[in-house]
Design a protein around this ligand. Sequence first.
Ligand code: G6Q
Length: 549
Amino acid sequence: MNSLRKSNSWTKLEQLADETGDDRIADYFKADPDRFEKMSLRLGELFLDYSKNKISPQVMDALLELAEQSPLQRRREQMFAGDAINVTEERPVLHIALRNLGNQPIVVNGRDVMPDVQASLEKLRAFTEQVRSGQWLGYTGKRIRNVVNIGIGGSDLGPSMVCRALLDYQHPDLSVHFISNVDGRHLKKVLKGLDPETTLFIVSTKTFSTQETLLNANSAKRWFLEQTQSTTADMGQHFVAVSTNIKAATEFGIREDSIFQFWDWVGGRYSLWSSIGLPIALSIGFDAFIELLDGAHTMDQHFLNAPLEANMPVLLALIGIWNINFLGAETQAIIPYDQALHQLPAFLQQLDMESNGKSVDIDGNPVSHATGPIVWGQTGSNGQHAFFQLLHQGTRFVPIDFIASLKADEDTKEHHFALLTNMLAQANAFMNGDTQDKQYASCTGNRPSNVLLLDELSPRNLGALIALYEHKVFVQGAIWNINSFDQWGVQLGKRLANDISRDIDGKSNEYDPSTQGLMDIVNRHLAGDKADSGATAKAGLVAEESGDQ
Ligand code: G6Q
């Protein structure tokens, strides 16, 4: 059994949770008029106010003691040194190397990885500039107008979220689209209206073995060849790949010099900083992509060097641990008051839930405490008119992170004013509540939140924001003593999808009656279609299995 719960600092926090159970957050401000100054922190153009948490000064001290006594600081050093901290996959975890713009050597197995990182950035720069300037032409000599990224999970969510967040920076004559779902309607919807002669596909898959991506890539290839009546040789100008699996990418038909590489030490959900960020660089330009990396690098340096009590990712992580492990929160809401960040909750959902959705610690023992929360959310003020009711008056305890950028568009300042004041009103209401004569109209308040303000939603600030959450997740994983960097549950899904696709026509009786019954219904229903499309579908579905992600 994992021993964290028996540690002194954990026991102290349990006692404090009992003792402060009836405390009101609002009273903490009466007791200390400087609480806002003490419990807020600026890093460059990011400002974090964490004063509206149900955290007394004693609780904060005990949380910092927990961090101090945990493996956090050792594990952080190991990560930055390139040690194989992803123990189940025996790999280093080095997304920080991808934005190590100072180029300090990071040595893995006796070899500095930085020259490789530099070379891949250089390749990204050259290609990005060719496409954006119109030098890179389609096979009929027309310039590229649309880029379609085909990938899923870590090979989709990061680039897609960032491209949407930075739409204001997008090249005026280049649109970037994303196909992720294996649902053919997703593919058809994106391809509809695109001109194959001016479209560039990026097949983005670390393993080049993911069922959904291979099916979508094969269908896109077929679409291109049918629409253009061209040959596979003409595909060269229209299909590039981002992958660690060069062999499979070339077998698919992509020229070797059009494959953008990265390495097994970049986890899927941490990969937007690598060549997986190609759609971002194409959309916002290479220089802005470097600014994104630089923003993350600044957060990396802060995380590495700032004392725990003034360390933004550490503080966010400790607040989360207090809410989850001592106050019983099961979920964490992410509410950006910024429409451009509408995909951020989905991105952070993957980052957090895939990383810390673990119940066995790093030594293989079952954990005896809750780990990663269910992360969810959507933009404000939309959420106010939907699910906020439950957050104000429901029986659940839901901590919230509010995120907003201060800079308004010149022509919609009035809107931005309303956006920000709505957010402030909500954070205030969640803490203070509202007492009315009628009990049904009263809101109890005392519900915690953090507010994160960006001076503006720039590539640099977005990079810092994403890295902040990456490190928050890392800190929680280190304190819980779990491996935040594997994803065997995801792997199970990939394996079973392949098995069921192989066995659906009834040759195996290894399945439980429910699964078998459903397979029979689906198989009978699809029988007609399978005659013509089955062969291609199966080729994609029963892809080479691999544990790499
Ligand atoms: C991320 C996960 C997962 C992965 C996808 C796509 O950390 O491992 O979301 O990114 O399954 O994998 P490929 O890039 O190999 O296609």
